[in-house]
Design a protein around this ligand. Structure first.
Ligand SMILES: [Zn+2]
Length: 120
């Protein structure tokens, strides 16, 4: 425990979980935008493309379903999964953590959808 960079940072992990939990309602809002965009022919928006990709995976993307998934999103410390992949497609995509600023900050990245979640 002598190395200052190797200390496990519980508060960082807790902040990460809280930060990811706050993303779920935002992803729900994005999904609703995407559903509405697609319904009105604006298929070029990022939100619409995310909806189209989830539908391409055979997932039902309705307002009701994405709301259910957003409410059930529950990241587990050490095994966090991507809130966007979960809300849009019900997929558990693992997040890769990249620390910065001497380990006080980090970015969680999703290799599946390309989502990036800075913490803090
Ligand atoms: Zn993702």
């Amino acid at each position: 425990m002598s190395s200052p960079t190797a200390l496990p940072d519980d508060s960082l992990a807790r902040r990460r979980t809280a930060m990811l939990l706050r993303q779920a309602p935002l992803e729900f809002a994005r999904a609703v935008y995407g559903i509405n965009d697609l319904a009105s022919g604006r298929s070029g928006t990022y939100a619409a493309q995310d909806v189209a990709r989830a539908e391409g995976m055979g997932v039902l993307v309705t307002r009701e379903r994405v709301q259910q998934r957003a409410r059930s999103y529950l990241p587990v410390e050490g095994r966090e999964h991507c809130p966007r992949c979960w809300v849009f497609a019900g997929a558990r995509s693992p997040l890769a953590l990249e620390s910065s600023l001497g380990g006080n900050c980090e970015v969680a990245r999703c290799g599946n959808c390309g989502g990036e979640y800075p913490n803090p």
